[in-house]
Write a protein that binds this ligand. Structure first.
Ligand SMILES: O=c1ccn([C@@H]2O[C@H](COP(=O)(O)O)[C@@H](O)[C@H]2O)c(=O)[nH]1
Length: 235
């Protein structure tokens, strides 16, 4: 898997996606999330793939093990590069997800990497403790989920930059730390709570960064992407 910044294609339809992608003259690593997938279905993945882009399918599955396993078997056939579940679904669910992906990966193809969301980057420690009634610090909760994810045999986690280094120390450098919540210095955080810059992400142990609105909402998305790449690669 390449380590280019992953652009979150949070658009309402195919039209906006291809209007955006045609501005770039190079293969990208893009993320198809719930907004786009729920509107356009699996065909959007095939169409983006046909243009040569790598794909992170960010559906964050969270259900009983049998359901997630069956869903993953079907999703593996899309030939994506990276996919995820919620670690809160538990170890049997994550193991099921992995089995489903392996079963659905056709001969000669590589299984998509599978990662688990620890605590969303839009969650604060206070919110986690009050709403989820987790009596740990946010860092401890994320580390706990990362260890559980590793034990289940997955390839890594989604976390914020703030927890990435600690996860690498506990789970190893090869265990992926995919970090959304990326903003340029002084940029609007929107609904994100645990944010960092692209260079901060590289310095603090991210394996891959996910960048949405800082690129898709920029006046010149190609320039914004270049700037993110420079900061990410400069460290
Ligand atoms: O913890 C998480 C998990 C996933 N996301 C997704 O990443 C992008 C971030 O978009 P921005 O516009 O850069 O905020 C978005 O698609 C989320 O669904 C996340 O932000 N945090």
């Amino acid at each position: 898997m390449n380590n280019k910044p992953i652009i979150a294609l949070d658009f309402p339809s195919e039209k906006e996606v291809f209007n955006f992608l045609q501005k770039f003259n190079e293969p990208l690593f893009v993320k198809v999330g719930m907004e786009l997938y729920m509107q356009e279905g699996p065909s959007i993945v095939n169409k983006i793939k046909e243009q040569g882009h790598a794909i992170f399918l960010d559906l964050k599955l969270h259900d009983i093990p049998n359901t997630v396993q069956s869903a993953m078997k079907g999703l593996a056939r899309l030939g994506i590069d990276l996919i995820n579940v919620h670690a809160a679904g538990g170890r049997p669910m994550m193991e099921g997800a992995l089995e489903g992906l392996e079963a659905g990966t056709t001969a000669g193809n590589k299984r998509p990497a599978l990662i688990a969301v620890t605590q969303l980057t839009s969650t604060t420690e206070e919110q986690m403790q009050v709403e989820q009634k987790i009596v740990l610090s946010l860092q401890e909760s994320v580390l706990h989920y990362a260890k559980l994810t590793k034990e289940a045999g997955l390839d890594g986690v989604v976390c914020s930059v703030h927890e990435a280094q600690a996860i690498a120390e506990v789970c190893g450098e090869d265990f992926l730390r995919v970090t959304p919540g990326i903003r340029m210095l002084g940029g609007d955080a929107h609904d994100q709570k645990r944010i960092a810059t692209p260079d901060g992400a590289k310095r603090d142990g991210s394996s891959l960064i996910v960048v949405g609105r800082a690129i898709t909402g920029a006046a010149n998305p190609v320039e914004a992407y270049k700037e993110v790449c420079q900061l990410w690669e400069a460290q």
